[in-house]
Write a protein that binds this ligand. Structure first.
Ligand code: TEU
Length: 573
C-alpha cells in the first residue's frame, strides 16, 4: 500500500509528499437534484478519492456568496452557501476525508469580498470603523480615479451612487478589493482564518494573494505594459509584510499546506514568498507556464515551441530547488482542459492525457490534479454565448462584439472554446447516465457531450484507462522519494518534440522521456545519462522496453519513466 501523508519532519513535511486533488464543488457531484454540486455529493465521493490515492483535497469556495464569480465573491466567510449545504455538511466532508487520511485545504479569498458582504455594506454607508475597509476615491462619476484595468476586462473602478465615490475592483464590479493598509481588515481576516483552523482545516489556497498590496496613492499605470496598473498591484510594496504578519499571527507552528496563487510572479518573487527564509508559504501557483501561449491577453493565443515550455519548467524547477518548493499543475478551474491545450483531445486523448499526467507526477514539487483530469476530460463545445456561464468569458464576448473586434459570436467562437474557463467547469463525468451521473436535475452548465465515452464508470473497468494510469502514478509517487525530492535536470533542451529529464537522489536515478508530439520519433539518450540499472516503472505504451536502449523509438505521445531500484528496501516502507 502507498504511504499516504507519511512526511513528518521539517525537511519532509506531508505536503511535499502529497498529491492534491482540486474540487470545484459546483461541478463535482450533486446530491439533491438542483443541478448544482454540493458538499453531500462530495462526501459521497470520498471513496473515489481514496481509491485514486490522493492525499489532500483543495476545495474551491463554498462560502456564502451571490455567485457573481462562482463563490470567489464572498459575502460571508463563516457560512456555507445554501446550494452547497451547511456547516454540518462541511464537517461531514472534513470527517469522511480525515477518516481516510485525506487532508482538507480550503480556498481563502481575501484580496476582495463580495459587494454584498457586511463589511462593504457598512463601508458604503461609511459606518464607524468601516469607511476605509475598501479602496474608495472621490471623483466625478464619469472619470475613474486612475487608469487601472480589471482582470475581467474594463476599468477596475465602479462608481457607487450610495456613497458618491469610486471603489476599486481588480476583478468584477461585485468583487471590491479590501484595503490591506487598514489593520482592522487584517485582524478580521486573521480571525476568520483562525476560525477555520479551529474547525480542523489542513491548509489554505490563497486566492490572488500577491495582489493584496497596492502602491500608495494608487497612481496611473503604464498603458502600454499589458494589464494596465499591474505594476502597482502585482507583488506590491507591502505584500511580504502582510504575509509575514499573517504567518506569525495565524499560521506559524502548524502543519499546514499553504499555497499562494500568484499571477505574474517571477521565480525571484516566488523565492520571497516560499520557504522559511521567505514569507513561509509552502509553495505558490506560478503562471508562467500557463500564460506562455497567451498573446496580448488570454484571448489571443500563440503557438509555443516545446523548447520554450521546457525552459520555463526547468527554470522553475531549478529556481525553487534549494530553498522553497514548487507546485506542479497544468490545469485548474481557470484554465482550459490540459489534454485539449497541451495534448491531443482527438485520436490521442488517452495517450496524451497519460503523458501530461506523467509530467506532473515526475517533476519536483507537489502535483495538483484538477477534477476530471484523471479521466482525460476535454474542452467542451459552446455553440452559443448563452451556453457560457463564466463572467470573464461573457464579458469578453460582449466587449468583443461591442468594440467591433467581432461581428458576432461565431467569429470568436473558436477562441472562446479554446480558452474559456467554462471548459474546466462542465460537470464531472461520472457515468454515461443522463447528465453524466452528475445530477438528477438540470445541470447549471451543460455537460460535455463526450460523457458517454469519457466517464469514471467506464474508466474504472478499463485497465488501460487514464484513471487507472493516474492511480499508478500516484502510488509510484508515494513509493519513491526520488520522484518527490530528487534533483531535476533537463536533457536535450532543444529537442522540439521530446521532453526528457533526469532525477537524482542520493544513489538513486531516474530518466523520464515524453514524446510531446503526434508523430513517432526517436530519441538518443544523451551521453551524460548513465543508463545502467534503470528499469521501466511506468509507461503509456505496452511495448516499451524494460531497460534503456541507446536510442528510444517513441510512438506519438509516448511516455516512459525509468528508475533505478529503490534503495529503501522496496515499496511501502
Ligand atoms: O484567479 C486569479 C487570476 O488572476 C486568474 O486565474 C484569472 O481568474 C484567470 O486566469 C483570468 O483568465 C483567481 C481564481 O482562481 C478565479 O477563479 C477567480 O475568478 C479570481 O481569482 C478572482 O477571485
Amino acid at each position: 500500500m502507498s504511504r499516504r501523508n507519511a512526511g513528518g519532519d521539517d525537511d519532509h513535511p506531508w505536503w511535499k509528499e502529497a498529491v492534491v486533488y482540486q474540487v470545484y464543488p459546483k461541478s463535482f457531484n450533486d446530491s439533491d437534484g438542483d443541478g448544482i454540486g454540493d458538499l453531500a455529493g462530495l462526501a459521497r465521493r470520498a471513496d473515489y478519492l481514496d481509491d485514486l490515492g490522493v492525499d489532500a483535497v483543495w476545495l474551491c469556495p463554498v462560502y456564502g456568496s451571490p455567485m457573481a464569480d462562482n463563490g470567489y465573491d464572498i459575502s460571508d466567510y463563516r457560512s456555507i452557501h445554501p446550494a452547497y449545504g451547511d456547516m454540518d455538511d462541511w464537517r461531514q466532508v472534513r470527517d469522511v476525508l480525515h477518516e481516510r487520511d485525506i487532508r482538507l485545504v480550503m480556498d481563502l479569498v481575501v484580496n476582495h469580498t463580495s459587494d454584498e458582504h457586511e463589511w462593504f455594506r457598512r463601508s458604503r454607508r461609511e459606518e464607524d470603523g468601516y469607511a476605509d475597509y475598501y479602496h474608495w476615491r472621490e471623483g466625478e462619476p464619469d472619470e475613474p480615479p486612475n487608469n487601472w484595468e480589471s482582470i475581467f476586462g474594463g476599468p477596475a473602478w465602479s462608481y457607487d451612487e450610495a456613497r458618491g465615490e469610486w471603489y476599486l475592483h481588480l476583478f468584477d464590479e461585485k468583487q471590491p478589493d479590501l484595503n490591506w493598509r487598514n489593520s482592522a481588515v487584517r485582524e478580521d481576516v486573521h480571525g476568520m482564518m483562525q476560525w477555520w483552523l479551529d474547525e480542523g482545516v489542513d491548509g489554505f489556497r490563497m486566492d490572488v494573494i500577491n495582489l493584496i498590496s497596492k502602491t500608495e496613492g494608487l497612481p496611473d499605470g503604464d498603458p502600454d505594459a499589458g494589464l494596465t496598473g499591474a505594476e502597482h498591484f502585482m507583488n506590491g510594496p507591502r505584500v511580504h509584510d502582510r504575509l509575514r504578519e499573517m504567518h506569525d499571527r495565524v499560521l506559524d507552528d502548524r502543519d499546514l499546506l499553504v499555497v499562494g496563487e500568484t499571477p505574474g510572479a517571477s521565480v525571484a518573487d516566488a523565492r520571497e514568498y516560499v520557504g522559511p527564509n521567505g514569507d513561509g508559504l509552502s509553495m505558490v501557483f506560478q503562471f508562467e507556464h500557463v500564460t506562455v501561449d497567451h498573446g496580448d491577453d488570454k484571448w489571443t493565443t500563440a503557438d509555443v515551441p516545446l523548447a520554450e515550455f521546457k525552459e520555463i519548467i526547468a527554470k522553475w524547477q531549478a529556481g525553487l530547488a534549494d530553498e522553497g518548493w514548487n507546485s506542479v499543475y497544468l490545469s485548474n478551474h481557470d484554465q482550459p482542459r490540459m489534454v485539449s491545450r497541451f495534448g491531443d483531445d482527438g485520436e490521442y486523448r488517452r495517450k496524451s492525457a497519460k503523458l501530461l499526467g506523467t509530467l506532473t507526477h515526475t517533476l519536483q514539487g507537489t502535483p495538483f490534479v484538477y477534477q476530471g483530469e484523471e479521466i482525460g476530460m476535454t474542452n467542451a463545445p459552446f455553440e452559443s454565448p448563452d451556453e457560457l456561464r463564466d463572467v470573464e468569458a461573457k464579458n469578453y464576448v460582449e466587449r468583443a462584439v461591442e468594440h467591433g473586434e467581432a461581428d458576432c459570436y461565431e467569429d470568436i467562437r473558436e477562441t472562446v472554446e479554446a480558452t474559456a474557463r467554462d471548459n474546466a467547469r462542465t460537470p464531472m463525468q461520472w457515468s454515461d447516465d443522463t447528465h453524466a451521473g452528475f445530477t438528477d436535475g438540470e445541470p447549471w452548465i451543460e455537460c460535455n457531450p463526450n460523457y458517454a465515452e469519457v466517464n469514471v464508470e467506464r474508466a474504472r473497468s478499463d485497465p488501460d484507462s487514464v484513471l487507472n494510469y493516474y492511480r499508478e502514478l500516484i502510488a509510484l509517487r508515494h513509493e519513491r522519494d526520488l520522484l518527490v525530492y530528487g534533483e531535476f535536470e533537463l536533457l536535450a533542451p532543444d529537442d522540439p518534440d521530446v521532453f526528457a529529464y533526469s532525477r537524482r537522489l542520493d544513489g538513486e536515478r531516474g530518466l523520464i522521456v515524453l514524446n510531446v508530439a503526434a508523430d513517432a520519433t526517436s530519441f538518443d539518450v544523451p551521453a551524460e545519462v548513465d543508463r545502467d540499472g534503470l528499469e521501466l516503472v511506468i509507461a503509456n505504451a505496452d511495448d516499451a522496453p524494460a531497460t534503456v536502449p541507446a536510442t528510444l523509438d517513441l510512438d506519438p505521445y509516448e511516455a516512459r519513466v525509468y528508475l533505478t531500484p529503490s534503495q529503501e528496501g522496496g515499496v511501502g516502507q
